[in-house]
Design a protein around this ligand. Structure first.
Ligand code: GDP
Ligand code: MN
Length: 380
């Protein structure tokens, strides 16, 4: 789950991370009022679940309260990476002397939280990693001890020569690590961590991604979810208990089981197609799951053909067939459908489909080749 910058900052502030004060506005008038209250120069920042807001024009300085209102009226409603800005954070501007990067992520390979820090902050860390990897320090944290003071100090000195700055950065890293662990995050990032002309070390931006599997035991964190900021198809899928990831291609895939879903996407690619999504309807699939899955996939205008790939084990293929018939009875499909199913109750499933005018195959290669051709506008 993604949370907004202002929410991540709230979590970090509670840990003691120094962050300039700020408030959220949904209208230009509110932004102006907040700026007046804060006094001095402010920054108006788009709150969307996307990075690179600065480059996209979603982060702007304003010298007066009136200017903050004007800037907010331009940022509110703008689109950044396909997401509409509905809120802005109005926050005190800092007088930046230098920008560094501090992040902690879960590294699957070492099964640890790993810090990544760089004195070259502000910009994309991926760019630093590609162009000057020696400017990034990586430090895996032993979960038995947490981030130890000397480790935090080593990273602090990697960022700053100045002892006071290094100490301040080390303290912030300890606080960041604590926030990371206690909110069940898979990523927590401060970019930029800045030094100011007056000698302070401050976090000016914060990003946290929460592991969905942690949400059940952290209701306070789960409550931070902003559904209005999420992709609508992923939102509907989550409500219907489907595992769904939207991708950029045009072949809609409805599959049972994550392994088969991965294999199906591989095969679509192998035959020259591009999957529009990853969708796992799960092991035991009721007809409603199929109805929901079809509704989500057909809502995507980019989908040019749909593939069902069902291997019936626990899943009864007749349940899937009934789901297809029910879903299409009320909402006839406007794109071609290819059905591959085999396994439990396949004879019954094939009969149900045939009675309702659908054809199906047992052969996965055959089905994938057909759906790829159909998505490209070719013959069946
Ligand atoms: P992002 O582009 O989505 O990562 O948004 P950031 O919050 O990181 O802002 C992008 C850039 O805007 C930063 O790297 C800074 O250079 C600049 N910026 C952000 N806040 C301030 C501020 O308080 N003062 C100044 N002078 N620049 C800021
Ligand atoms: Mn940033």
């Amino acid at each position: 789950m993604n949370i907004h910058e202002y929410q991540a900052k709230e979590i970090l502030r509670r840990e003691g991370v120094p962050i300039p004060p700020g408030e959220i506005a949904t209208t230009p008038a509110q932004a102006e009022q907040i700026a007046r209250r804060l006094g001095g120069v402010v920054v108006v920042k788009a709150q969307v679940h996307a990075g690179g807001r600065g480059k996209a024009g979603g982060v702007k300085l304003a010298k007066t309260a009136a200017e903050a209102g004007e800037v907010a009226s331009r940022i509110l409603g703008m689109q950044i990476k396909g997401l509409i800005v509905e809120k802005v954070l109005v926050t005190e501007a800092a007088d930046i002397a230098s920008e560094a990067y501090v992040g902690v992520i879960i590294d699957r390979a070492s099964k640890r939280a790993v810090f990544m820090v760089s004195p070259d902050g502000g910009i994309d860390i991926e760019e630093v990693a590609a162009k000057s990897p020696d400017r990034i320090m990586r430090l895996p944290v032993d979960p038995r001890y947490g981030l130890l003071p000397f480790e935090a100090m080593r990273m602090g000195f990697f960022l700053y020569r100045d002892v006071a700055n290094a100490r301040a950065a080390a303290r912030i890293m300890q606080q960041l690590y604590h926030a990371f662990i206690h909110s069940g995050a898979s990523l927590a990032e401060i970019n930029p961590l800045v030094t100011t002309q007056s000698g302070d070390v401050l976090a000016l931006d914060a990003k946290m991604v929460i592991d969905d599997n942690e949400l059940d035991r952290r209701p306070d964190i789960a409550a931070l979810r902003d559904e209005s900021a999420e992709d609508t198809s992923e939102l509907h899928a989550r409500r219907a208990n489907l595992t769904f990831i939207k991708l950029d291609g045009d072949v809609g895939c409805i599959v049972n089981g994550a392994g088969l879903a991965m294999a199906t996407m591989d095969l679509v690619k192998y035959y020259g197609g591009e999957p529009a999504n990853f969708l796992d309807i799960g092991g035991s699939s009721s007809p409603e799951k199929v109805v929901n899955a079809l509704r989500i996939i057909t809502a995507d205008a980019g989908v040019k053909a749909i593939l069902f790939n069902i291997f019936g084990g626990i899943t009864r293929t007749d349940d899937v067939a009934n789901g297809i018939v029910t879903a299409t009875r009320h909402n006839p499909l406007t794109v071609p459908l290819v059905i591959r199913l085999t396994g439990t109750n396949e004879e019954i499933a094939l009969a149900i489909l045939a009675e309702n005018g659908f054809s199906a195959t047992r052969d996965m290669d055959d089905a994938v080749q057909r759906v790829v051709a159909l998505a490209k506008g070719g013959a069946k």
